[in-house]
Design a protein around this ligand. Structure first.
Ligand code: UDP
Length: 466
């Protein structure tokens, strides 16, 4: 039997590329051939910002190759990424199949691991070539499950949400989540709190597409989401939970943080030196991920809240996060170096595992959530959109790993929550965070659930490859 050749294709977004590159490395360690596909725009960005990492990962793994595909966007007006991800995905779905077919043929691909965000992109091609199609859903199991349940929620009139006054109504028809989720915790898109029908159609298409694949991979672990996973398994019998992927990879490689970076922004490592000068668990790490944008007012509420809390903070403010570039300068000038440091992009995994970090003020992106879980760092959640409101609800209400400031942006709330997490309720949150971090580690160590599931997945890929 020939070595399986797996094509891995992430959606063009930071969290997706990071995670799927880690999956690629885990499969490379097991000696599989990997073709890692990115859009040209993302590939060029990765190369320009991480050239040494791309070179060394290619040297380290001769069975890895990078390929590119057009994103079919107007190059002059290229708006970047994140903000136009939905357009890019639609264009690739519309025009990308011939390029994908060429790669499958020329590289003799025997299995496709496709980001679930691409929906049906490869369904027909996999059938045509008789190869396996595995969907990688980069979100939490709870998000996959709530999307799956959307038709039922519509039938029961639980959605659409009827307005702002309806936001605290409990959602009852999601098995495994009874009495946990309110309307305000549902995934949301755009600026509206309502889940409009176009978006609803899209998430339903993704669910249908995943059902048509041969298997589904989730970046989660059994102990974190077991009641939801047992519900999902009733519909997706071939489900591989192999996360937290970054921790799985680091454990397998016996390192403490990623050896290869896939950043879309230039990393500022000065923050690591600054952290060295801070006392144990004294710093609040603040980051709202790779796509969140904020208004001047919102930024100022957080800034005053952090200053008033009197706790030191390390804050990531991307250049494209605020319209008004002067604002970042203003904040820097108004913050003393001992109390706070603002950087454009941090080595987040490394930051979270630093002994000086006491809490994470996060937008509750799924990767950030998992990275915090692994390091046992309690969270203050300020979810922005998409799956984040659901993640933050699980963090606060189900796992008791932090506080959820959803839909509120107020300096007093920021100050109080920082003090609750760092001082008043420190013991309680530290205890639950340490317990969950231990379970995460157990899952990726030999004989843990994610470890065993990865072995099963590899066995499945090998046994089904022609
Ligand atoms: N990240 C990073 N440095 C930063 C901010 C974020 O390396 O300064 C990484 C973070 O570790 C995570 C990813 O970017 O892996 C963000 O993914 P997430 O799912 O949390 O949020 P998204 O960016 O998709 O909203």
């Amino acid at each position: 039997m020939e070595t399986p050749h797996v094509l891995i294709f992430p959606c063009p977004a930071q969290g997706h590329v990071n995670t799927m590159l880690k999956l690629a490395e885990l499969l490379l360690i097991q000696n599989l051939h990997i073709t890692f596909l990115n859009t040209e725009y993302i590939h060029n960005r990765l190369i320009s910002l991480n050239i040494d990492d791309v070179k060394s990962i290619s040297q380290c793994y001769p069975k890895l190759q990078f390929k590119t595909i057009s994103d079919f966007q107007n190059k002059e007006k290229h708006p970047g990424f994140g903000e136009n991800i939905v357009d890019v995905i639609s264009s690739i779905n519309m025009y990308g199949k011939p390029s994908l077919r060429d790669i499958i043929v020329s590289e003799k691909i025997s299995c496709i691991i496709l980001d679930g965000g691409f929906g049906d992109l490869a369904t027909d091609l996999a059938a045509e070539f008789g190869i396996q199609l595995i969907h990688f859903r980069t979100v939490a199991a709870s998000t996959v499950w709530i999307y799956f349940c959307m038709p039922k929620l519509l039938d029961c009139n639980e959605i659409p949400i009827r307005g702002d006054e309806d936001m605290d109504r409990i959602i009852r028809n999601v098995p495994g989540m009874e009495n946990i989720i309110r309307c305000r915790d549902l995934p949301r898109f755009g600026t509206s709190n309502k889940m409009d029908h176009i978006i609803l159609d899209k998430v339903l298409q993704l669910t249908q597409a995943s059902l048509k694949g041969n298997a589904v991979i989730l970046n989660t672990f059994e102990d974190l989401e077991s009641p939801i996973l047992s519900q999902i398994r009733l519909h997706f019998p071939k489900l591989y939970t192999i996360g937290p992927l970054h921790h799985h990879l680091n454990t397998m490689k016996k390192t403490t943080s990623s050896s290869f970076n896939s950043n879309f922004f230039k990393v500022d490592r000065t923050c690591m030196t600054w952290l060295e000068s801070q006392p144990l668990k004294s710093v609040v790490y603040v980051s709202f991920g790779s796509t969140t944008t904020m208004t001047r007012e919102e930024i100022l509420e957080f800034w005053h809240g952090l200053l008033n809390s009197k706790k030191a903070f390390l804050w990531v403010i991307r250049p494209n996060m605020v319209q008004e570039k002067r604002l970042i300068k203003e904040l820097e000038e108004g913050t003393s170096k001992e109390k706070g440091l603002i950087v454009e992009w941090a080595p987040q995994e490394e930051v979270l595992s630093h002994k000086a970090i006491g809490a994470f003020l996060t937008h509750s992106g799924w990767n950030s959530t998992l990275e915090s879980v692994v390091c046992g760092v309690p969270m203050i959640c300020w979810p922005y959109f998409s799956d984040q409101p659901l993640n933050s609800r699980f963090v606060s209400e189900v796992w008791k790993l932090g506080l959820d400031m959803k839909d509120v942006c107020d300096r007093n709330v920021v100050e109080n929550m920082v003090n609750d997490i760092m001082v008043n309720k420190k013991e309680e949150f530290s205890k639950s965070a340490t317990k969950m971090a231990d379970l995460a580690s157990k899952s990726v160590n030999p004989d843990g659930s994610s470890y065993n599931n990865l072995q099963d997945l590899i066995q499945y890929i090998r046994s089904t490859s022609p």
